[in-house]
Design a binder for this molecule. Structure first.
Ligand SMILES: Cc1cc2nc3c(=O)[nH]c(=O)nc-3n(C[C@H](O)[C@H](O)[C@H](O)COP(=O)(O)OP(=O)(O)OC[C@H]3O[C@@H](n4cnc5c(N)ncnc54)[C@H](O)[C@@H]3O)c2cc1C
Length: 403
C-alpha cells in the first residue's frame, strides 16, 4: 500500500486543527501539512450553530474559519470525510478509515469530542438529534419548518442557547432539564432563577426538575415522557456535553485521564505528538489544577500554540481562555473557575442583567470572573485571578469598576 509522508499531520479539521495550520505557518513556511477531517466541510465555528445561524445574523458562508484559498495558499493537503482510525506510535504512522497510511514528523490530535448520548426507552430514542455538528443544525431546521414544535433536553450551555434561539426563530419550544434552573453548573441560584423566569416570559415551556423516561413515535409526533407528563414534538434535540475523542490515542498507548494528557507545551506523553482543544487535558497553572475545556477561545489558542510548538517554537501555553454565551438578550463572558458550587459575590449595576460575579475558592481568592451584559473586561478578570486577591464575601467594595 502506498505510504505518504508529511512533516505535520493534524487529526481533526475543527477550530483547533485549523488554528494549528496557522500556527505552523507562523514558524515554518515550507513543511508539508496534512489535515484530516471526519466531516465533509471545511473547518467551521460551532458557536453560530446555537446562535447567529438561527437569528440570521450569520449565514452558512460566514461560519468557516478560513476559506479554501487559505489551505491552498498554505500548501495544506486537506482530506475531508476521511477519519483517522489508528495511530502507531513506534512507526509514527496514521491509518485512516479509508485504508490510507501516512507517516508524520509531528502529529497533532485535535479531534474534539462526540456528543454524550443516552439511550432512552421507547421506540424513538434514535430520533434524538445530539446537537454538535453543522449537519445537526441543517437536520433540525428542516424538521421544524417555520413554527414547528421542538423539545430541547438539557439546561446547560447547548440546550439553553438553542432553546432561546429556536424561540427567536419562531419555533414552539419546550425545554426539559433535571436541575431547578438553567445553567446550574455556572450560574448562582438567584441569577439562574431570573434567567429561567425570562425564558418563561418569552414563551419557552420550561420543564425543570424533570427526567426523561421514554421517547416514542406516535404517527407524526415524537412523544417525550417525563414524570410531569408527555410532551409531543416534531423534533427532539439534546445537549449533554461531550465525550472527548481519546480512543485512538488510548489504543496507541498515550497517557489519558478524562482527555489526552498534555504538558504545558501541549505535548502528549510522546515527544512528537501534541493535543489541543476539547480533547486535551492540560495543566491550568494559575488555577493549580489540570482541566479539559470545551470552549472556543481555548481551542483557538491551544491550536495555534500547538502548531507553533510542532514547528519548533517551544512555547508554554499560559493563556487563560474565556468563554461566552448568549441567552436571549442576556449575554456574558467568563474566565477562570466558573463553578456555582463555589462562594460567589455579585456586583450588579442592573440586577441580573449587567454586572460582575466573582467566584471565590475556599481561601476567598478570586478564581473566576463572569461579566454579565458587560463586554471587554476579560483581561482585567485574568489579572485579578493571577493576583490571587482575596475578596471578603460580605464586602461591598469590588475590585473591578463597573462605571
Ligand atoms: C453548538 C455549539 C455551540 C458552542 N458555543 C460556544 C460558545 O458560545 N462559546 C464557547 O466558548 N464555546 C462554544 N462551543 C464550544 C466550542 O465550539 C468548542 O470548544 C470548539 O469547537 C472545540 O474545537 P476543537 O477543534 O477542539 O473540536 P471540534 O470543533 O469538535 O473539532 C474536531 C473535529 O475533528 C473531527 N474528528 C473527530 N474524530 C476524527 C478522526 N478520527 N479523524 C479526523 N477527524 C476527526 C470532528 O468531526 C471535528 O470536525 C460550542 C460548541 C457547540 C457544539
Amino acid at each position: 500500500m502506498e505510504r505518504l509522508s508529511y512533516d505535520y499531520i493534524i487529526v481533526g479539521a475543527g477550530l483547533a486543527g485549523a488554528s494549528a495550520v496557522a500556527g505552523i505557518r507562523e514558524i515554518d513556511s515550507n513543511g508539508s501539512i496534512l489535515l484530516l477531517g471526519s466531516e465533509n466541510r471545511l473547518p467551521y465555528d460551532r458557536p453560530p450553530l446555537t446562535k447567529s445561524l438561527w437569528s440570521g445574523r450569520k449565514g452558512l458562508p460566514d461560519i468557516f474559519i478560513y476559506n479554501s484559498k487559505f489551505y491552498e495558499k498554505n500548501g495544506v493537503e486537506l482530506r475531508l470525510n476521511s477519519p483517522a482510525a489508528r495511530l502507531d506510535l513506534s512507526a509514527k504512522l496514521i491509518y485512516t478509515e479509508e485504508g490510507k497510511i501516512f507517516s508524520f514528523g509531528k502529529l497533532l490530535l485535535a479531534a474534539g469530542g462526540q456528543p454524550r448520548r443516552f439511550i432512552f426507552s421507547g421506540n424513538a430514542s434514535s430520533e434524538v438529534i445530539w446537537y454538535r455538528y453543522l449537519s445537526d443544525f441543517e437536520k433540525l431546521r428542516e424538521k421544524i419548518g417555520i413554527q414547528g414544535r421542538v423539545a430541547v433536553i438539557g439546561g446547560g450551555f447547548i440546550g439553553s442557547e438553542l432553546a432561546a434561539s429556536l424561540c427567536g426563530y419562531g419555533a414552539q419550544v419546550a425545554l426539559l432539564f433535571t436541575e431547578n434552573h438553567l445553567c446550574a453548573r455556572v450560574f448562582p441560584k438567584e441569577l439562574g432563577a431570573a434567567v429561567t423566569e425570562e425564558y418563561i416570559r418569552r414563551g419557552v415551556y420550561i420543564m425543570n426538575n424533570q427526567r426523561v423516561n421514554a421517547i416514542s413515535r406516535d404517527g407524526n409526533d415524537i412523544m417525550i415522557e417525563t414524570s410531569m407528563g408527555i410532551v409531543r414534538a416534531d423534533a427532539v434535540v439534546a445537549g449533554f456535553g461531550i465525550e472527548p475523542e481519546v480512543n485512538m490515542a488510548l489504543y496507541a498507548g498515550l497517557k489519558i485521564d478524562g482527555g489526552i494528557l498534555v504538558d504545558n507545551h501541549l505535548k502528549t506523553s510522546h515527544p512528537d505528538i501534541y493535543a489541543a482543544g476539547d480533547c486535551a487535558n492540560f495543566p491550568y497553572d494559575v488555577l493549580g489544577k489540570r482541566v479539559r475545556m470545551e470552549h472556543w477561545d481555548n481551542a483557538l489558542n491551544q491550536g495555534t500554540t500547538a502548531g507553533r510548538n510542532m514547528a519548533g517554537a517551544n512555547e508554554t501555553y499560559l493563556h487563560m481562555p474565556y468563554f461566552f454565551s448568549d441567552l436571549f438578550e442576556f449575554g456574558y463572558e467568563a474566565v477562570g473557575d466558573i463553578n456555582s458550587a463555589n462562594v460567589t459575590v455579585a456586583d450588579w449595576k442592573e440586577r441580573y442583567r449587567a454586572g460582575i460575579i466573582y467566584y471565590l475558592d475556599s481561601f476567598s481568592r478570586v478564581t473566576g470572573v463572569m461579566a454579565c451584559g458587560i463586554y471587554g473586561r476579560m483581561e482585567e478578570g485574568r489579572e485579578l485571578i493571577r493576583s490571587g486577591m482575596r475578596l471578603d464575601p460580605q464586602s461591598a467594595v469590588f475590585p473591578l469598576n463597573l462605571n
